[in-house]
Design a protein. Structure first.
Lengths: 471, 35
């Protein structure tokens, strides 16, 4: 349940529907499902198997594989921690909008969201002041993460028992409401009508693999940590299938939630759907609230439902990003869980503060781009190479088979050793080429070095340092 | 406007594979728990 909570996050709502629409609509389901079964689920089984076998957080799990590999574990624990520092800021935006939705206090236009709410500056070099509503949301979210994590795995279990089913139920209610609105079918038609010619484009296939990879919380040490808490007789393979399909199923459902309401907005405003923002912050804080404000009745209730769903989807993902580091500090240096969690949350909060400034959204965009396209992909590649080549990958298959109802064959070894690394190398090359061709989003080179390259260099150096520091 | 046949087919594919698959694996998990 916790792994499902970690995998299902904000990205399922604000990224998948858009990626699907951009890459051939319904036809995208074909590469997406192939990516899920050839890369997502096999890599998840590997991470579950490593965590379950080692009963340790990532650094100690990799150390058990080979003493020299502890740094790979630190790398996969530090990466989600950096992601959490800005992910929590997006949750703070949702928190503020949830409060606003009580009286429909938001003004759903780009001007209001970016300039009045975030206090966005005219350029990245102008830092600007801290946005107070975002700061208050940030404090609330970091405090929640601390309270959930410091007591250990039992409290996580209790929290996810609410935060996994609740947003799913809310999403279903919002979808049903959306589908009953005029224009909804036109919206859904945009989402599902397949364009099979797109399947000939290699970028569409890479997008499918990237979507699966980022959505399932792979290469972030999270699944290794959670699997280390599983009972000895837990069914590893079945857990991997359930987690992956629940995540993909939520994304598929979110497509209906988003496109039905966007279709309604296009109908009311008499514009084409292409002219409305249907991804990322634009969808969540401008398009969706605009549509909600135009509902004939109960706008506040549906607005609140939407942001509660986002917050509860996000909170599981947020605390799962902190847990590998907290658990690693706790296990390696015997620092109490309370202290370890407090240190991590405090450092995370300080780092998050930077993203609440007027230029925060620019920095957030750069860090996210580089961590997702280089950090996570490199960690995934390292996992496949170290466990697939330097260690017998068949060992982890046999370990999974010992406890699993479904037996995995030798095909799994081939996927881990050849298919998944090849896809990750292609994703990495594509990202490098694109970033070398032109600076990302036209940002100045110094900003790309500070927010893009430096965090990655910091993570790599810190991983080796943490390996060297003795118990 | 209504959904095209191709969109309906993709809808059925998504529902069957994702939700059908999820239901199947949850069923297997519950069955092995009982045993």
């Amino acid at each position: 349940m916790a792994a499902i909570g970690s995998a299902v996050g904000l990205g399922n709502v604000w990224r998948f529907p858009y990626v699907c629409y951009k890459n051939g609509g319904g036809a995208f389901l074909i590469p997406y499902l192939i990516a899920l079964f050839t890369a997502g689920i096999p890599l998840m089984i590997l991470e579950f198997s490593l965590g379950h076998w080692s009963r340790s957080p990532p650094p100690l799990a990799f150390k058990k594989v080979n003493k020299k590999l502890e740094w790979v574990g630190w790398l996969s624990s530090l990466t989600p921690f950096v992601v959490a520092s800005y992910y929590v800021v997006v949750m703070a935006w949702c928190f503020a909008y949830m409060v606003y939705s009580i009286n429909l206090l938001w003004e759903p236009d780009a001007e209001s969201f970016f300039f009045r709410f975030l206090g966005k500056t005219s350029g990245i070099s102008e830092i600007g002041g801290i946005s107070i509503p975002v700061l208050l949301g940030l404090i609330a979210i970091w405090l929640s993460i601390f309270i959930i994590l410091y007591k250990g795995v039992d409290r996580i279990g209790k929290v996810v028992a609410i935060t996994v089913p609740l947003p799913t139920a809310l999403l279903i209610i919002l979808t049903v409401r959306g589908l009953t609105l005029p224009g909804a079918i036109e919206g859904v038609s945009y989402y599902l009508t397949p364009d099979f010619s797109k399947l000939l484009n290699v970028n569409v296939w890479l997008s499918a693999y990237a979507q699966v990879f980022f959505s399932l919380s792979l290469a972030q040490g999270i699944l290794i940590t959670y699997a280390s808490y599983l009972r000895r007789d837990s069914d590893i393979s079945n857990n991997a299938f359930i987690t992956s399909l629940a995540d993909a199923g939520t994304s598929f459902l979110a497509g209906f939630t988003v496109f039905s309401v966007v279709g309604y907005l296009a109908y009311v405003k008499n514009v084409d759907i292409n002219h409305l923002g249907i991804a990322g912050p634009h969808l969540t804080f401008i398009t969706y609230p605009t549509a909600i404000s135009l509902l004939p009745f109960a706008s506040a209730i549906f607005g609140m439902m939407f942001y509660i769903a986002l917050l509860t989807f996000g909170i599981d993902s947020a605390f799962s990003m902190i847990e590998p580091m907290a658990s690693s500090l706790n296990r390696k240096w015997r620092i109490s869980k309370f202290k370890a969690t407090a240190i991590i949350c405090l450092v995370g909060f300080m780092a998050s503060l930077f993203f609440t400034t007027g230029s925060g959204i620019y920095w957030l965009d750069i860090v996210d781009h580089f961590i997702a396209n280089f950090g996570l992909v490199t960690v995934g590649l390292l996992e496949c190479v170290t466990l697939g080549y330097l260690y017998k990958v068949s060992f982890f298959r046999e370990h999974a088979n010992k406890t699993s109802d479904i037996r995995i064959g030798r095909w799994w070894d081939l996927l881990i050793r050849y298919v998944v690394p090849s896809i990750l190398v292609m994703l990495l090359i594509l990202s490098i080429v694109e970033n070398l061709k032109k600076p990302y989003m036209g940002y100045p080179v110094y900003a790309l070095i500070i927010a893009g390259a430096l965090p990655i260099v910091f993570i790599v150096i810190a991983s080796f340092v943490l390996q060297r520091v003795k118990r | 406007m209504s959904l095209s046949i191709s969109a309906i087919i993709m809808l059925i594919v998504g529902v069957v594979v994702l939700y059908g698959g999820l239901a199947y694996f949850i069923y297997r998990a519950l069955k092995s728990k009982k045993e």
